[in-house]
Design a binder for this molecule. Structure first.
Ligand code: PLP
Length: 386
């Protein structure tokens, strides 16, 4: 696989093709597929690394996707008419204010491709979703990271980081990887204080999980004419991460601009059909949200009992502080058949991000974590004695 290092030698003909900003990016290291981990270990493994829904997709969505597969020889509806119509009815908005994406990741990138030019600034919170950074820098934009307050996005610090060249602010609420949130009122204050030209991209990937009152009024804020693009995804609570489908809600003018840059068939027919059915499966949504809340409580209670620190989370994952090298913890947990996400990428070298799994998965994770902790302690004792 190509790495950024291979571009750094001026002898490579590729280095003349690739933009300076693309060369400055580090390729994202993909984890091994779970099947390969299981093959190497010789026993089953569990994946708690990407904040997917451990209860799977809605059966209605699977049925609809299977039906849509029969027509896979046709291109999808490039305008996503029926899904946008359904979302428009759900959110009581004109369908011209809605755009579909191959996951919200594509929409994060589409905003950067549409709005960011070399010399522009984009403001984010430090330790927030890394795609904001790569999307900005791949267009030659400069990323400015505002400090957090106790691992939560600090919207006053975000405001203070804005420059005359700032075009976009990306905010994840709840934030990945910390699981923390800010309130609708705090966002309102930020929007009031910003120059009108700055677009706030509000990434609400974990929207349905958040139980807190006062969490979000984002779609009302779009309706009120704020310069806001709200992103939602079917990858999390709807359990359709593998199909790549999400959507954005913003002003008609912004959506029209994004549609000029968008790839014409970006949302597959299978994904559109599954997403429509998922919206109808209220029972699956309720079960997923309730099970996550129950299991989050179980997981954090067990962490408390072990004296392991974590950041309280309103999403479907939790940031755990083990106090040990996260890459080493990751490797040892992998050896135990548990895949989690080490947080060095986010400058949290002793933290792991763990998705809330099913009850059985959470127990497996905790037992594996106990074995890894005991092994590390035993090794430390040996090295102190020798
Ligand atoms: C905050 C946030 N935004 C967006 C995404 C990407 O979601 P999608 O699968 O819709 O691209 C994630 C995925 O982990 C996320 O954590």
């Amino acid at each position: 696989m190509a790495t950024s290092r291979s571009f750094s030698t001026s002898r490579s003909p590729i280095s003349h093709l690739v933009t300076a900003w693309a060369r400055s990016l580090e390729p994202y290291p993909p984890g091994k597929p779970i099947e390969e981990v299981e093959r190497e270990l010789g026993h089953p493994a569990i994946k708690l690394a990407s904040n997917e829904n451990p209860w799977g997709p809605s059966p209605l969505a699977v049925e609809a996707a299977t039906r849509a597969l029969q027509k896979a020889s046709f291109y999808p509806d490039g305008g996503g008419y029926y899904l946008r119509e359904k979302l428009a009815a759900l959110h009581q908005l004109d369908m011209d204010r809605i755009i579909l994406g191959a996951g919200s990741t594509e929409l994060i990138e589409l905003v950067a491709r549409t709005c960011v030019a070399p010399g522009d600034d984009v403001v984010v919170s430090e330790k927030s979703f890394y795609i904001y950074d790569t999307a900005t820098r791949s267009m030659g934009g400069r990323i400015i990271k505002a400090p957090m307050r106790e691992l939560a996005c600090d919207l006053e610090a975000i405001r203070a980081a804005v420059t005359a060249k700032t075009k976009i602010i990306y905010l994840a609420n709840p934030n990945n990887p910390t699981g923390t949130m800010f309130t609708a009122d705090a966002l309102e204050n930020l929007l009031d204080s910003l120059p009108a030209w700055i677009l706030v991209v509000l990434d609400e990937a974990y929207y349905d999980y958040v139980p807190a009152p006062g969490y979000s009024r984002s779609l009302d804020q779009v309706r009120e004419g704020r310069n806001l693009l709200v992103l939602r995804t079917f990858s999390k609570v709807h359990g359709l991460a593998g199909l790549r489908i999400g959507y954005g809600v913003g002003s008609e003018q912004l959506i029209e601009a994004l549609n000029r840059v968008r790839s014409p068939f970006n949302a597959s027919a299978v994904a559109q059909a599954a997403a429509m059915a998922a919206l109808d499966d209220h029972e699956h949504l309720r079960l997923s949200v309730e099970s996550n809340a129950r299991e989050m409580e179980f997981l954090t209670r067990e962490l408390d009992a072990r004296g392991i620190r974590y950041t309280p989370s309103v999403a479907n994952f939790v940031l755990i502080e083990t106090g040990r090298d996260c890459n080493e913890d990751f490797r040892q947990l992998l050896h135990e058949g548990v895949i989690v996400r080490p947080m060095k990428l986010y400058d949290l070298p002793t933290s792991l991000r763990v998705t809330v799994g099913t009850h059985a998965e959470n127990r497996t994770f905790l037992e594996a974590l106990d074995r890894v902790s005991q092994l590390t302690m035993a090794l430390e004792t040996v090295s102190v004695k020798s």
